[in-house]
Ligand binder design. Sequence first.
Ligand code: 9PG
Length: 495
Amino acid sequence: MDIHTDSGTFTVHGASAVVPLNTSDYLITGTSWKLSHPWGATEYYRHGWNSWTPTRWWTLRREPWRIWDKPARALTADDAATDTPTEHHSSMVTALSGPEGRTLLIGAVHASSPLLRITAEEVAASAEAGEASWLVSIGTEPQAFGRYAGVLKEEYLGERTPLRAAETLGPVWSSWYSWFEEITAEIITAEIAPARELGYGTIQIDDGWERRVGDWRANAKFAAGMPDVFAKIHDAGLKAGLWVAPFIALPDTPVVSSYPELFLHNADGSLTVTGNNWGENYYALDFSKPQSHDWLATTMSAIQSWGVDMFKLDFIYAAAVAGERTGGMPREDAYRSGLETIRAALGDEVYLLGSGAVINASLGVLDGVRVGPDTAPYWDNSERVRDPSGPAVVNALRNSLSRTWLKPLLDCDPDVAYFRTRGSLLSPEVNALTAEAALACEFAQCSCPAAWLSDEEKAAVRAWTTRFRGAPEVRQLGRYRFEINGEIIDFDPYL
Ligand code: 9PG
């Protein structure tokens, strides 16, 4: 079937149905289908598989933009099952840029592992299991992405409206980007009074509290237990957040040693390695097995009873890594069912922020997602040249600002803003840029310990939390250009 537009004709091949919704939108069903296009080696939108996966507009005239020459990182930072060095590809959605600002978007509406492969002649759409449905939308760039978000909203947000960080969390102080794993109960409690004073609404304890990843009991640095710390946070009128990576476990944890059958296996019967961090390989729960859901629900409910208002659920992509699942359950269906188990066990009032999250398979369950790789107190990282998923401000900002079209569906966390000059290589100019990015994304988070800040820097934090609490009006004017309460902020020259 041909789709005629004022900027050329597009032909659909191999679809089982093409239903026009109006003059610019089409609903397409099919397992594997193609759309030939007249725009040649144009610009296209590359959307990464998980939170950390490289996302931006790129061009077919260059080699594919990806994590180059680093196969070991593909397992975590890209989709190892589909990534190739030779193909331009995009997960979930892509868009082509045509003449006079015309955009053609192809986005999955209902699909497991939706993948788009893009050439100068055609876009090939495929999904892992059975028939999938897709939207083709033609218009300006904001129109096409806006319609896609609208269709997804109808499809996924019917039963539950996601919580919004601006209303439920306020500005968040996170322990990660200052203390990393070196946190103690004393370090966290020392932050409570200043956090109140500086206008934060939530203190989120990141990685470093647990005995071991997969053994979710407090370690010796939190000797009085987590409920003790959370009670102190609550007594100050703040909400309490906690980092946990509930879909994965390191070897030699009680759950892996006692119940190896709960974890994803390879065809040869060995446990599937789903990534490497903390200096070790880690495994992931296999959610095609009911007992894995039982373990997850029990574990998460127990942690929630300590007094947790918000969870940062990290490394969750691991449940969607390829492996042998019962009944051939599609990997992203397994992932989604794990998130649904957490939501059912914890209720609708707890804020769930995904990190390392598979975006399409999280819609309707998570309240927010990290939309970029980790930031860092430096602009770029030369050790990680050709790794756009490596920790750096430039990588976090580029990814995050390329995903703001997701805002109608969930909160987009661009990672922390910086205000400090101590323990940082960032200039005050870049610090200010990270603070504006948080406002543009409508998710304010910072990790600067109050004791590391000068009086002037503290005043800047206070002014920023006040602006965020005032719910500034944000308008996106271009790919990287925003208007925040009437003031123009243009990230384009930096990205
Ligand atoms: C805690 C951290 C912080 C951080 C998360 C996550 O691609 N990788 O290998 C990779 C490793 C670590 C990582 C992200 C990606 O950091 O994003 O905010 O919570 O875990 O360990």
